[in-house]
Write a protein that binds this ligand. Structure first.
Ligand SMILES: [Zn+2]
Length: 158
């Protein structure tokens, strides 16, 4: 899991997120991993989905790292921080990123069915959005999408 792990990790944040996604798949979770990077580039938290393990449908990787990072920083918000995640955040996580005042979101695969940034409610594009993180989607998209595709193919027994 490692939401509270030390910050000195030589891998780039998306690679850490991919490793968290793979570890989540090995636990039987939907393979999504996230990393919260502080304004100075320090990795504040990293985690994979823990919905099954925690009996908590809201335990998406993004929620876990945002919660862990504010605990670590000692304040309710994450101004200037970057959320790195392997999949386009869902509407719940996108809305939470607004409340946490995350500065930037970098995500891997697009999620036309469940995403809330480029798809669905397109939360940050709404005129009533309180805070608009910058976002970049499609970073290492092929690799991130393959993780999910392989996981669901295995679930279907292929
Ligand atoms: Zn989510």
């Amino acid at each position: 899991m490692g939401a509270d792990s030390p910050s000195r990790d030589p891998r780039d944040p998306m690679s850490i997120a991919m490793d968290e996604a793979r570890a989540a798949a090995a636990r039987g979770e939907v393979p999504v991993g996230a990393v919260l990077v502080g304004p100075d580039g320090t990795v504040l938290a990293h985690a994979g989905n823990a919905v099954e393990a925690g009996d908590d449908a809201s335990a998406h990787a993004e929620m876990l790292v945002m919660r862990a990072a504010v605990r670590r920083l000692g304040g309710p918000r994450l101004a200037g921080c970057t959320l790195v995640v392997t999949l386009e955040p869902c509407p719940m996580c996108a809305a939470a990123a607004v409340h946490f005042r995350v500065g930037r979101i970098i995500f891997g695969a697009y999620d036309p069915k469940g995403g809330g940034v480029e798809h669905g409610p397109r939360l940050f594009a709404r005129p009533d959005c309180l805070h608009r993180p910058e976002w970049i989607g499609g970073v290492r998209e092929t690799e991130a999408a393959a993780l999910l595709r392989d996981f669901f193919a295995r679930l279907r027994g292929r």
